[in-house]
Ligand binder design. Structure first.
Ligand code: ADP
Length: 664
């Protein structure tokens, strides 16, 4: 036998009936401690104890126990490969510093032998486990590789096996420390440990009956096993918390992938987060750093807890919200009854009491430092909620996902709006092409034909000459009007118009508009126009020129679409509102109900641009809407349908402080 012989191998050779088993390091530690405790429990009479540690550092952790063990027996032997100052010594008990290349360096042994009790643990570390550990350490350095170490060997209370194990170890001790031969011999004598004999055959059934109290052993063993079970349980808990977090983040991410609708995404997030963290309430709302209040858009709430959905949530004077805005970090309050920020702020008391918030988390939803919204979790029970790091991490992770989703949805909405604008522009462009084709090209060619005829046929009779000239003039006037309207509209739309609001009498503006319409119509017979504005209509505030423009356009249209036998009535009403409502009512051809909005579109003409009969441009109502919107008013049309007449209405603000009937 040499130092390269494994004790386990030697034991198995002599006792081939033994079946080695696999042990994790934690089990060996538990077993060894329990075996040592059995000695310390003083039920054994001066036992022989042999412990072999793989390395000095493992022995160091146990050194204090061995000093106590040595008080119970003078036959205590400790073997270990030295690392710093472990050496042969007989100070407290016998220590044997074996060579680092001794097979013992891979093994873990503990043998306890008394007159009426024997037990042994003979194990060898499985090399696969060492190699694997090294690999794992490389990949995940934080992992506790020690717990994954595995051993194979024998643990038994068979006396015969224990004696043989003691025999093999004593032999190894003697090899290193021959001076101990007398002491070792004494142990052999006392416990009946045979000298090594090749032919020895140990009957493993012939052990002594164990008649000592093994309770301390069992109790300690159970305690150690419980401890490792607890560790395992904790590990499982943290794994399942991690898995839960991943599931939650995944379900929210998939909601984000599925939908570009922020409401839907926020709804899923509020629901999942509230449910997973077992909160009483989870709120998610969009807000900006400067907002004074927010409307609660999405909420998860458990039954029996007051809902906040759709309510206005005060942010002004809320120090917690201000904290979140200033730091960009969440605020987490375990107990609202015990928080200095809350006890100092009166404004916070109202929501806390009304909505029973005992524990409160406010987490910002940020994107590139910009506040997009807030996630709030409320716990409303009697006991404050102790926030766990895992929960806070989870809320943060969700806030990040929501931030990304909101930005994505915002970008998409902008894109959609842009698309609509582009579509509208495209439509305008097509309309423009059609109208230019007709409105500009047709009069232009008429003008061209007239002028050509005039210049090439000098003998043309004077009456025909007159007709030619007047046709050319009428058509050039129509072109001028179209270009004029087009420029006006483009100026209004692009905001290049200067406004001069003033206090005005409505009647005066109507009179001006009517005289303009009459001047334009010339000899043409107009329907009967009446405009009797009550003297009680208050002063209005608007830009006079533009107001006259709107009135003239509406009256012009009414004249255009009403036969001369019909009637046009202009009226005004204010009904105690802040706006004066003006109506232009005709008895003409009317408007189909489904076209009442379309008439305000650019270039809208019922006949279509190419079948125009009344000489308009299709821009008049679009221009009027731009003007009215500018002073904060509204313009709309009503009609009972074809040939039922039309009513156009628009509103103008009253002069502030103006009382009914008061005149300047
Ligand atoms: P236009 O220069 O063609 O009159 P507007 O923008 O003023 O352009 O009007 C657009 C269209 O709305 C008209 O072509 C007509 O079809 C309809 N419309 C406007 N006013 C009336 C009205 N008083 N009665 C019937 N239809 C009207």
């Amino acid at each position: 036998m040499s130092i390269s012989t494994s004790v386990l191998t030697a034991l198995l050779q002599v006792l081939p009936h033994l079946r080695p088993q696999l042990y994790f390091k934690a089990s060996l530690t538990a077993l060894s401690h329990a075996m040592e405790d059995q000695v310390l429990a003083a039920t054994l009479e001066k036992p022989l104890v042999i412990a072999s540690f793989q390395r000095e550092r493992f022995y160091r952790q146990e050194a204090h126990r061995y000093r106590r063990l040595a008080q119970r027996s003078n036959q205590v032997y400790v073997l270990s490969a030295p690392e710093t100052d472990f050496s042969h010594s007989s100070e407290y008990y016998e220590t044997i510093a074996f060579e680092p290349d001794d097979a013992l360096a891979q093994e873990w042994h503990l043998v306890v032998i008394a007159q009426n009790y024997a037990t042994c643990l003979v194990c060898r570390e499985s090399l696969g486990s060492i190699a694997k550990n090294k690999q794992q350490t490389h990949i995940t350095p934080s992992m506790d590789t020690d717990t994954a170490r595995r051993f194979e060997g024998i643990w038994t209370a068979e006396r015969g096996v224990s004696l043989k194990a003691a025999d093999l170890l004593l032999e190894r001790i003697l090899w290193y420390r021959p001076e101990l031969s007398a002491k070792i011999e004494e142990a052999r004598q006392r416990f009946g440990i045979d000298r090594p004999r090749k032919d020895v055959e140990i009957n493993h059934h012939s052990e002594f009956a164990c008649n000592i109290d093994t309770d301390p052993f069992v109790q300690r063993l159970v305690t150690y096993l419980q401890a490792s079970q607890y560790k395992l349980h904790k590990a499982y808990r943290s794994i399942s918390a991690q898995a839960r977090k991943e599931r939650l983040v995944n379900s929210i991410s998939s909601a984000i992938r599925r939908s570009l609708n922020p409401q839907e995404i926020l709804q899923v997030a509020a629901q999942e987060l509230g449910q997973n963290l077992e909160a009483c309430r989870c709120l998610i709302y969009r807000t900006q750093a400067t907002d004074t209040q927010a409307i609660i858009e999405q909420e998860f709430v458990i039954p029996g807890v007051l809902s906040l959905s759709g309510q206005a949530w005060q942010l002004a004077n809320n120090p917690l919200f201000q904290d979140v805005v200033n730091t960009g970090e969440g605020v987490c309050i375990s107990d609202t009854l015990n928080d200095s920020r809350i006890s100092k702020s009166k404004t916070l008391w109202y929501p806390i009491e009304k909505f029973g918030i005992r524990s409160w988390l406010i987490e910002p939803v940020l994107c590139q430092g910009r506040l997009l919204g807030i996630i709030e979790l409320h716990y409303c029970s009697d006991k404050p909620h102790e926030w766990q790091a895992g929960e806070l991490d989870l809320v943060k992770a969700i806030a990040t996902s929501i931030g990304a989703a909101l930005i994505q949805a915002e970008a998409y909405a902008n894109l959609e709006k842009l698309n609509q604008q582009l579509e509208a522009l495209d439509q305008t462009r097509s309309n423009l092409i059609a109208i230019t084709g007709h409105e500009l090209r047709t009069p232009l060619s008429t003008i061209q034909v007239c002028l050509e005829s005039l210049s090439t046929e000098p003998d043309m009779p004077p009456e025909l000459k007159e007709i030619m000239l007047s046709t050319a003039l009428t058509d050039s006037e129509r072109m001028r009007k179209l270009i004029q309207d087009f420029l006006t509209l483009s100026n209004l739309e692009s905001g290049r118009v200067e406004w001069h609001p003033e206090s005005l009498h409505l009647q005066e503006c109507i009179d001006l508009a009517l005289s303009r319409v009459r001047a334009r119509s010339g000899a043409e017979k107009l329907p009967n126009i009446s405009a009797e504005i009550s003297p009680h209509i208050p002063l209005i505030r608007a830009d006079g020129d533009w107001l006259v423009e709107v009135l003239a356009k509406l009256v012009d249209n009414a004249c255009k679409f009403t036969p001369s036998a019909g009637a046009i009535t202009i009226n005004a009403d204010h009904n105690g509102k802040q706006m004066v409502e003006v109506s232009v009512v005709d008895t003409g051809r009317g408007i189909e109900p489904n076209r009442l909005e379309a008439v305000f579109d650019l270039f809208y003409q019922e006949e279509g641009a190419l079948r125009r009969t009344t000489g308009g441009t299709g821009l008049g109502l679009a221009i009027s809407r731009q003007i009215v919107n500018n002073w904060g008013g509204k313009i709309w049309a009503e009609s009972a349908g074809k040939n039922q007449g039309s009513q156009f209405y628009f509103t103008i603000p009253m002069v502030v402080g103006e009382k009914e009937g008061k005149r300047e």
